[in-house]
Ligand binder design. Structure first.
Ligand SMILES: Nc1ncnc2c1ncn2[C@@H]1O[C@H](COP(=O)(O)OP(=O)(O)OP(=O)(O)O)[C@@H](O)[C@H]1O
Ligand SMILES: [Mg+2]
Length: 300
């Protein structure tokens, strides 16, 4: 093991050069050394992470819930934003989203509605939610004629940045105006990617969109990393796709990998994160490991 870095900057360096001895991780590489996160003396301003991939069903929502819960378990204050009219993030946290009076939709199109009007606590300590439902599907059309339409989400989140350490935005499977709103206010993009051959194709388009948003709207936007989900190490296909992803994206690929397991669909039905529903499961451990990597890379 290498020495524990004492500052985020040293940590950033250490994560590229220091490895845990002889231990090959699920990516087929040695795991980079990640120190245990230290408790925070104070909170905020939040790092905003957009959980983004225009391909459907790759684990964006599952990763938003469980990375959020794992960060909260580390004492980080976390706000989850449901930016998908399907409302799967809200449902996955047990919120009866169809009956809500106020949602992210109101926040985006009604200047008088504030975050506190919409904010909900979840059953998990330190984990809050801005819920959505099908109403949000009207927002793209309503925002089109607005001045600063790409900055609507950023404007609404600004007043609560100091209260949170992380704000995770669960994007819908498209690169439309809602997703551009997430990218325009984010510090970084985390890309969940199903470990399957066709998943690689869409990443070039996503990369182009991220580059355009960085050029035109948000110069600070960085790629946080690529999270391989639904990995099955027993199949040759799974291992081949994994080695290709590592070859193409190198250090951007998190050492934490999420295996394919039926426990995730089960947690959606249960309406809670795997971190609390099956705390000792491999899935819970994998998202805890991801949270440690995210904390290490962001220095928060
Ligand atoms: N590691 C996993 N193993 C098995 N099933 C998983 C895993 N992660 C997610 N799932 C399941 O796959 C389905 C899609 O996952 P999820 O909703 O997180 O993807 P998404 O990218 O948010 O989808 P969408 O693009 O529709 O928003 C869900 O039923 C979920 O429970
Ligand atoms: Mg989703």
């Amino acid at each position: 093991m290498s020495a524990t870095p004492s500052s985020p900057d040293e940590g950033e360096q250490a994560h590229t050069i220091s490895y845990d001895d002889n231990e090959l991780g699920p990516t087929g590489r040695p795991r980079r050394h990640v120190p245990e996160p230290q408790p925070l003396a104070s909170h905020g301003p939040a790092k905003i992470i957009a959980m983004c991939n225009q391909k459907g069903g790759v684990g964006k929502t599952t990763s938003t819930i469980n990375l959020g819960a794992a960060l909260a378990e580390q004492g980080r204050r976390v706000l989850l934003v449901d930016l998908d009219p399907q409302g799967a993030l809200s449902a996955g946290l047990g919120v009866a989203h169809h009956d809500l009076d106020l949602t992210v939709h109101n926040l985006l199109v009604e200047p008088r509605v504030s975050v506190d009007d919409v904010l909900m606590r979840t059953h998990v300590e330190n984990l809050d939610l801005l819920p959505s439902n099908i109403d949000l599907s009207a927002a793209e059309i309503q925002l089109v004629s607005e001045v600063g339409r790409e900055q609507a989400l950023g404007r609404t989140l600004y007043p609560v940045l100091d209260r949170y350490d992380y704000i995770l935005v669960d994007c819908q499977p498209s690169l439309g105006l809602l997703t551009v709103n997430a990218l325009a206010c984010a510090d970084s993009v985390l890309i969940p990617m199903e470990c399957e051959f066709f998943s690689l194709r869409g990443l070039a388009l996503l990369n182009d969109t991220v580059a355009k948003v960085r050029d035109r709207l948000n110069p600070k936007l960085a790629l946080a990393g690529i999270l391989v989900t639904m990995f099955d190490a027993r199949t040759l296909h799974g291992r081949e796709v994994m080695s290709r992803v590592v070859e193409v994206f190198g250090d951007l690929v998190y050492d934490s990998v999420i295996a394919r397991t039926v426990k995730f669909p089960e947690t959606s039905v249960a309406g809670e994160p795997i971190i609390t529903w099956a705390p000792k499961s491999g899935g819970a451990e994998a998202y805890r490991s991801l949270a440690r990597e995210v904390i290490h890379r962001t220095g928060r």
